[in-house]
Design a protein around this ligand. Structure first.
Ligand SMILES: [Zn+2]
Length: 548
């Protein structure tokens, strides 16, 4: 008998083709029939007036930092997301080098990420995946190997060039991760220790990734004044190493740079290798406040950074390097300004939450720079902010681009007082604001960019299309109503218009509410080393459904 029968929906199959009316039957974890289906079923859903599409793929998520504490990932499911690509921006829990465990622990604590005793055992990427496969996950998750963590495992937080032995160790770790099913390598070149890597180091590691037909995805060094140069660096690394590439959360930060994304989009389209990009649909970014510090400070140990910041004798020099950006470093504090940095996570200066640095300084009656130092030091660097430095026109350019996919870049677990609204509202916002209200792209094209486009690029077999035999990852939504309500002041407001989210054949969300069903799978890439001469969509992913 059919498990779930959805009757009379407007089916948008993910391929970009126009919607058509039909029934969809699900049995076990697969789509088994499409068309007019009149067989008995355990559960029948009448879906007249609703759109049925493949489950959305969040191509840039950070759930790996929190999946230990919150494997449900309900904030993703309630947006219609059924698959997430994790391990982004060069940061993630594995692999850890046994010699550098204390640096690793204090580093991730300063990122506000929960570190568990198990983390110390993730000495290879494969061991980490083995551990993840024991958890019941709410969504399907696939992984990148994070370059920053790999570098830390081989040489701690050293800002030096790796020795041949250290580079050899990094190469080995990347090779092991690729063998065990990672999609490729991610880098975060704005953060320590990723920022200490030059192109040749990244190219050496991407050669390994390229041999497996994998992908290099990069949070580039500078998303502002040096945007074009940094996109060019990513494309160059891809072209010379043979890895496909992706520009993470593509944007132009700082008023002087608005409009540059038109050039960088052309660079992506004209590359001699498959290059893609992703965007979140907001004109404000979000990251950790320690990323506003210049490299010479970020390279220090956690405690040394705090001591350095507390010493007023260093403040003039620090101000200079933050507010006079050079080729090697542009602080987000310079592009956003004190009034453009909104604190949303600061456990030890709770009265700063929801205020800009300027507002917090006024509230305390001190100078903005001193408020900035206070937030950093009292929170042991572990504070998060939302930065207002982008243009809405650029967001629209990127949302409309045919090679641009969508990612939340979201970090949220239930219990957090605030977050960037992208963690809650990204996908409903694309469909409500950019499709229905602003007509930036058609509904069919938006769905294609949320489903079959990433499924093909990342090699997610059986995902991303409504077809017989495909995995039953399905979203049913009201295209006339779907919208996000989460905003910068009230980020936890829920979306509306999502009727049903099905993950591998089980209903996880009904009428915008998460039902507590965890039926996600850990997705592993099956690469065949040296067999992928062409760099089209060659990697295949297989899914391992978690039991229990
Ligand atoms: Zn990033």
């Amino acid at each position: 008998m059919i498990d779930i029968l959805i009757k009379g929906a407007d089916i948008i199959d993910g391929s970009g083709n126009p919607a058509y009316k039909g029934d969809v039957a699900i049995q076990d974890n697969k789509i088994v029939k499409i068309g007019e289906v009149n067989e008995p079923s355990e559960k029948t859903i009448y879906a007249q007036g609703l759109v049925l599409s493949p489950g959305f793929i969040d191509v840039h998520g950070h759930s790996d930092m929190f999946a230990f504490v919150d494997p449900d990932r309900s904030s993703k499911l309630c947006q219609g997301i059924t698959t997430e690509i994790c391990g982004q921006c060069g940061l993630g829990p594995a692999p850890v080098g046994s010699e550098y465990i204390s640096q690793y622990t204090s580093y991730f604590k300063s990122q506000g990420a929960p570190i568990y005793p198990e983390c110390n055992t993730f000495t290879t990427f494969g061991k980490y995946l083995d551990y993840m496969s024991t958890l019941s996950l709410g969504i399907n998750m696939a992984y990148f190997i994070p370059h920053g963590t790999v570098r830390m495992a081989a040489m701690g937080l050293s800002p030096e060039k790796p020795t041949a032995r250290q580079l050899g160790k990094m190469t080995e770790l990347v090779d092991e991760g690729m063998k065990r099913g990672a999609l490729g390598l991610s880098s975060g070149l704005m953060y320590a220790p990723g920022m200490f890597a030059d192109s040749s180091e990244l190219e050496a590691l991407c050669k390994v990734v390229g041999q497996y037909g994998g992908i290099y995805t990069s949070h580039i060094r500078d998303q502002g004044n040096q945007l074009e140069e940094c996109v060019a660096e990513t494309i160059r690394i891809a072209e010379s190493s043979g890895a496909k590439a992706n520009i993470s959360h593509h944007k132009a930060s700082g008023k002087n740079n608005w409009g540059k994304v038109k050039n960088t989009c052309s660079m992506i389209h004209n590359a001699n290798i498959t290059v893609m990009h992703d965007v979140y649909p907001y004109a404000a970014s979000s990251t950790l406040i320690r990323s506003t510090l210049p490299p010479n400070v970020q390279k220090m140990d956690q405690n040394d950074i705090i001591t350095y910041l507390k010493d007023v004798n260093n403040h003039e020099l620090l101000k200079k390097s933050i507010f006079n950006p050079d080729k090697n470093f542009e602080s987000p504090l310079a592009s956003c300004g004190y009034d453009g940095i909104l604190i949303f996570d600061a456990a030890h200066t709770k009265d700063a939450i929801g205020k800009t640095i300027e507002q917090y300084a006024d509230y305390l009656g001190i100078q903005p720079f001193d408020a900035f130092i206070k937030i950093l030091t009292e929170n042991s660097l572990g504070a998060g902010y939302i930065g207002f430095s982008m243009s809405e026109d650029d967001v629209e350019t990127l949302v409309a681009d045919s090679l641009c996919m969508f990612g939340t870049d979201g970090l949220y677990v239930p219990g957090m007082p605030m977050t960037h609204p992208r963690a809650i509202g990204t996908f409903p916002r694309i469909l409500g604001r950019y499709v229905r209200e602003k007509h930036v792209l058609t509904l069919e094209e938006a769905i294609r960019k949320m489903t079959s486009l990433p499924a093909k690029y990342y090699g997610l077999e059986n995902k991303g299309e409504i077809n017989v035999g495909m995995d039953a990852d399905i979203v049913l939504f009201d295209a006339e109503r779907i919208i996000d309500h989460s905003d910068y002041q009230q980020p936890l407001l829920q979306n509306e218009g999502i009727h049903l989210v099905i993950v591998n054949g089980k209903i996880a969300v009904e009428h915008d509410k998460y039902l507590g069903i965890k039926n996600g799978a850990l997705l592993k890439a099956i690469h065949s080393k040296n067999l992928s001469e062409n760099f089209t969509f060659s990697t295949k992913m297989s899914s391992f459904i978690n039991m229990g």
